[in-house]
Write a protein that binds this ligand. Sequence first.
Ligand SMILES: Cc1cc2nc3c(=O)[nH]c(=O)nc-3n(C[C@H](O)[C@H](O)[C@H](O)COP(=O)(O)O)c2cc1C
Length: 129
Amino acid sequence: MHRIVYSSIASKGTNTPDVFEIVDVSARNNPQRSVTGFLLYDADRFLQMIEGPALALQALLEDLEADPRHHSIEVLHRSATDERWFPDWEMKQLISFSAEPALEQLRHTLATKPGGAEIFAIVDDFLRE
Ligand SMILES: Cc1cc2nc3c(=O)[nH]c(=O)nc-3n(C[C@H](O)[C@H](O)[C@H](O)COP(=O)(O)O)c2cc1C
């Protein structure tokens, strides 16, 4: 099992309805791929954490590289893990950042996992920019 966090830039014309579609497709595909995680979107940028079997993540990354709705993918974190942190999030969408229960759950989970602090810092950076 691996965990990857990447950021990317939303392409011109990519907007909230596209993101709903992405999350819909993810909810359909990710259980088959045994992938879970979350997706942050702020109108210009994405930050996504994906966790699952290494081969499944590699296949997803190849799909992501080919997706015209974003570009400039930059992998910020990659690690091996024996624990899935977000077993219930087939792809949790986090669009509005303040007072969002899912964001609180995200913070809580990352605060309690070994190695979670590093990913928390990446999320925090993303939210602050
Ligand atoms: C920022 C971003 C995140 C995405 N995350 C996922 C994902 O977690 N799972 C997924 O299946 N597709 C995701 N996609 C969509 C894929 O790039 C691709 O369009 C999709 O997997 C194709 O699925 P299909 O072959 O079932 O149509 C994402 C796209 C973008 C732009």
